[in-house]
Design a binder for this molecule. Structure first.
Ligand code: C6P
Length: 404
């Protein structure tokens, strides 16, 4: 595969408000390279059939392309294909995890331990679960430096803790959490570890075995892939005992009028017609990322993050959230401008063609803890450049002059 990066992303050719687009919101969703768009379109043009059903050639070919995408995703994670369940995205993957663990490991009086830095997708499913099961939810504190308070984690971990759920990389603070350390302690206490990897898998090498988590969720659309496709990776020993969230076609072994038996994972968790073309698109995204190399993806993200952090920390009117060390972060930085609402910052930058996110980024408890209703956030992917970071910092000075 020939990689030309900037030229591979058609959206980078367009202008907004008459100026070239500077897209700094990849943590919300990344742009897609032509190879991904083409893979999805080609599937509809050349194959188009449903999976796991037809005995005819197109059906077999559709199944083969869908399963080949699964194998690519698994190889990215250092996992076996039958451990990778396709979902619609991180949110659905985490809802599936919470539902299934609720049916198997959580009972009245048990505890789920989350963190104060959760995205709502890794908080609300656990809130619903503890309500359903008369269990309890507690949250590990975040330190003033924007890191997980590991002493607080050890204090709160107990034999009643059945699940520890945390983000690999916070979508606001950027913090990379020490997952192996957390997983080891959680396992010693007898808890299952659920990892929200929505902001890590797209940006750095992730080997699920080295991390030590039991269930790992992420979305295709943040890693150059299509919307509508995500993954729940599960350790085989865990997946084999979990019940499905969606029941219906193609996830059963045998069905009678009054009962049914489930298929083995991953099919057990993929009831109904899955997002086939989207899975194929995700497979192409994995190919694209691997052609660049995940080490290089990480290096590039860190370079831009270090540059933007330097620029933001240097400006007295800016407050930065999360670790000051770029090596301790994913490829994103949240910040605020003294006395200016993040929406106003984002709106003024948009006029210069610069897309950043302003809001609570679906992490309201964390913003409450930071004492702010919302923040601005820049985030990067492989197509962003040093010049774009410089343009952004200059434009931010313009916003400060206009509104500060
Ligand atoms: N964060 C952001 O701008 P979905 O929407 O299911 O693909 O991903 C949800 C999700 C879960 N966990 C984390 C850490 C996330 O960052 C996200 C998505 C976007 O930060 C949209 S709110």
């Amino acid at each position: 595969m020939e990689i030309k990066i900037r030229d591979d992303f058609p959206l980078l050719q367009r202008t907004v408000h008459g100026v070239p687009l500077v897209y700094l919101d990849s943590a919300a969703t990344s742009l897609k390279p032509e190879a991904v768009i083409e893979a999805e379109a080609t599937f509809y043009r050349e194959v188009g059939a449903n999976v796991r059903r037809g005995a005819y050639e197109l059906g077999a070919e559709a199944t083969e392309r869908y399963e080949s995408a699964r194998a690519k995703v698994a190889s990215l994670l250092g996992a076996r294909p039958d451990e990778a369940v396709f979902t619609r995205g991180t949110t659905e993957a985490l809802n599936l995890a919470a539902w299934a663990l609720g049916e198997t490991v959580i009972g009245p009086g048990d505890e789920v331990l989350v963190t104060e830095m959760e995205h709502h997708a890794n908080l609300l499913p656990w809130q619903e679960l503890v309500r359903r099961k008369q269990a309890r939810l507690s949250a590990v504190a975040v330190t003033a430096e924007g890191e997980l308070d590991l002493e607080d984690f050890r204090r709160k971990l107990s034999p009643r803790t059945k699940v520890v759920a945390l983000p690999h990389v916070s979508n606001v603070l950027g913090t990379i959490n020490p997952v192996p350390e957390v997983a080891t302690a959680a396992h010693e206490a007898g808890a299952v570890v659920v990892l929200d990897a929505a902001q890590s898998v797209p940006h750095m090498p992730v080997d699920v075995r080295e991390l030590g988590a039991d269930l790992v969720a992420f979305s295709g659309h943040k890693m150059l892939g299509p919307t509508g496709i995500g993954v729940l990776w599960g350790r085989r020993e865990i997946l084999k005992d979990l019940p499905p969230l969606l029941v219906g076609g193609e996830m059963v072994h045998e069905v009678w009028l009054d009962r049914a038996t489930w298929d083995d994972p991953p099919a057990r968790f993929e009831g109904g017609t899955p997002p086939i073309a989207q899975a194929v698109g995700l497979g192409a995204a994995v190919d694209y990322l691997q052609a660049i190399g995940m080490d290089e993806v990480r290096r590039h993200g860190q370079e831009l993050t270090a540059l933007v952090l330097d620029g933001l920390l240097f400006r007295p009117y800016v407050t930065v959230y999360g670790p000051a060390d770029p090596g301790a972060r994913g490829a994103l930085v949240a910040f605020s401008l003294a006395g200016i609402h993040p929406h106003d910052v984002a709106t003024l930058l948009d006029r210069e063609g610069i897309a950043i996110r302003g809001g609570h980024h679906c992490a309201q408890p964390l913003h409450r803890k930071l004492g702010i209703p919302a923040s601005c956030r820049v985030s990067f992917h492989v197509y962003n450049t040093i010049d774009e970071v410089r343009l952004f910092l200059e434009a931010l000075d313009g916003v400060w002059k206009a509104l500060g």
